[in-house]
Design a protein around this ligand. Structure first.
Ligand code: NAD
Length: 539
């Protein structure tokens, strides 16, 4: 059947703002209250079956330690083997299903999520990830966009077919990979968690999905929607498990691919495991890994400084700085610091921090105790280090939840720890440069951190913007001009980075789907052969 998918409109354009007095706000509050009043059990889903192992991990709310959101059943070795078997057994049936039927499942899931399941899922993201309603909305909208746009890009790829000449017919059979895909997702984006198993699945792969245990409450909501949308049994197996036993899956001969988003260190560990086992696989496993960032904001003396300041606030403190794309190092001309400092101090001190179910909060808590300790260690380091001055914030409070104030540090050491390491929290470090040394400082920015994920340039002069684009060509996979370095929209700013930031396959774009495909060329010759000899041999 010939059929084309129209390019969908971004859900991002239809965000709900939950203004006081709106019916949406009332519905959201109802869902938040329901979640606060319940503790759900999260089973494994293997081959469509709910499995309870009794090996429990409790999921707590980051802004209220005492609130248990869910009791999650963890897989042991037996369940991992069952999940592998389920994914392998489902491969034939799912991969041979017409692509438009596969697309229909994800289109339906998108419509459920954008429609009747929206408020429950927004509330789940808020309570489990500690996101304010806006951050939860953009996260949910991103998953809707992933699901809808993946159908469109799958169709786009399938249409790519080779040249024909008279006497033969050539086709590309866009097969999925042979074996199963392992999807391992991070805590910070619900949308990424949903997309990591879905992108390989939509093009015909079967998947074992390991969610981040901290957020398996909100991630289970995604699995429920996929099942409600009619996803066939065994196509995505939802399997929370302790990282220590991951070798059973990563070393399996039928591992066809790893779709990973998380920290650089975890990807390196998994990559080494796969490397060391390379002779035991049936295929070379595809590795797609999107990791951390040390994302920059570079201000030129021509910049609109108020615009730069407001974007630093949104880019550094939105979702408590727990975005791989969060701005965490700023290069500011010395002469502009006074104005930048004034605006930052004035505006940042107005940011309300608190439990996100109190809809006055802009910032919530960081995800867990380990994150809290890691981030506060950086703040302590800055306080104790003579190259650094804490300009604003620096306090934290773990009495009720993992709260850390938005913190601004100024440093004289442009290559130091605060300017080069990913902190993954609400801490931004500023380095003042001599505006006569613009190009040299661009080079410094390029060379300071091992990451290369996102970055912003603020300037009103196209020539200097052009120079920055050139010098920083390999410093970021997503570069923004006069905007914050966060907030990529599926289909509009394909997202991903290189160097220590990942394999840059651009989630939600056709380049990513290609990684889960395994094209077979088929040539059919129309006319039968008449002779084996070539013309040069004819007498
Ligand atoms: P993490 O690396 O701690 O964990 C990621 C996932 O890997 C989790 O599900 C975790 O349980 C799992 N994991 C850890 N060790 C494992 C092992 N040995 N075997 C199997 N699974 C294992 O990362 P996180 O704290 O969840 O997420 C934050 C990180 O993710 C940050 O570095 C952030 O920059 C990055 N991130 C990157 C992007 C991107 O698109 N580039 C997007 C979101 C987050």
């Amino acid at each position: 059947m010939i059929w084309s998918v129209e390019k969908p409109k971004n859900e991002m354009e239809r965000l709900i703002d939950y203004t006081p007095g709106s019916s949406e706000r009332d519905e959201l509050i109802n869902e938040l209250n329901t979640i606060k009043g319940e503790v759900i059990e999260v089973p494994l889903i293997i081959n469509g079956e709910k499995i309870k192992t009794g090996e429990i991990k409790e999921v707590h709310c980051p802004h209220d330690h005492d609130k248990v959101l869910a009791r999650v059943h963890l897989a042991g070795k037996d369940e991992l083997n069952m999940a592998i078997e389920s994914a392998l057994n489902s491969h034939g049936c799912w991969s041979e299903l017409n692509w438009y039927h596969r697309a229909a499942v994800f289109r339906k899931a998108a419509d459920l999520l954008a429609g009747p399941r929206r408020f429950r899922n927004i509330a789940a993201i808020m309570m489990n990830q500690s996101k304010n309603p806006y951050e939860a909305e953009i996260d949910l909208a991103e998953l809707v966009d992933f699901w809808r746009l993946n159908s469109y890009y799958m169709n786009f790829i399938y249409k790519q077919q080779p040249d024909q000449i008279e006497g033969e017919m050539n086709r590309l059979d866009w097969r999925p990979l042979e074996g199963f895909v392992l999807a391992i997702s991070p805590f910070n984006f619900y949308s990424i968690a949903g997309n990591l198993p879905s992108a390989p699945a939509i093009v015909g792969n079967t998947v074992i999905w390991k969610p981040s245990l901290n957020v398996s409450f909100s991630n289970f909501e995604i699995m429920k929607i996929l099942m409600e949308a009619g996803l066939e049994e065994g196509v995505i197996n939802f399997v929370p498990f302790a990282s220590e036993i991951s070798g059973l899956i990563t070393k399996h001969p039928d591992l066809a691919g790893l779709n990973f988003t998380g920290s650089y260190e975890t990807l390196v560990h998994l990559w080494k495991v796969i490397n060391s086992n390379i002779e035991n696989y049936r295929n070379f496993p595809r590795i797609v890994g999107e990791t951390g960032g040390k994302d920059f904001v570079f201000i030129h003396k021509s910049a609109d400084i108020k615009n730069a300041a407001l974007n630093i606030i949104r880019g550094s403190f939105g979702y408590q700085g727990q975005k791989c794309s969060a701005s965490s190092r700023v290069y500011c001309p010395e002469s502009m610091w006074g104005r930048l400092e004034d605006t930052l101090k004035r505006e940042v001190s107005k940011i309300p921090c608190g439990p996100v179910d109190d809809l006055r909060s802009y910032m919530g808590a960081v995800i867990d105790e380990k994150a809290f300790d890691d981030i506060t260690d950086y703040i302590k380091y800055a306080e104790e280090n003579e190259d650094c001055t804490t300009v604003l914030g620096g306090k934290s409070d773990s009495t009720k939840g993992w709260f850390i104030e938005p913190t601004i540090v100024k440093t004289d050491d442009p290559r130091g720890k605060m300017m080069s390491e990913e902190i993954f929290g609400p801490v931004v470090t500023i380095y003042l440069y001599d505006e006569e040394e613009y190009e040299e400082t661009l080079k410094l920015c390029d060379q300071t951190s091992p990451y290369s994920l996102t970055g912003s340039i603020f300037s009103k002069d196209s020539h200097v913007t052009h120079l920055a684009e050139r010098v920083l060509r390999y410093s970021a996979g997503n570069l923004y001009i006069n905007d914050k370095p966060t907030g990529a929209v599926v289909g509009r700013q394909p997202f991903g980075g290189t160097r220590h930031s990942g394999t840059n396959d651009k989630a939600g774009y056709w380049t990513n789907l290609l990684r889960w495909m395994n094209p077979r060329s088929i040539k059919e010759t129309i006319l039968p052969a008449e002779d084996w000899r070539r013309k040069f041999m004819v007498e």
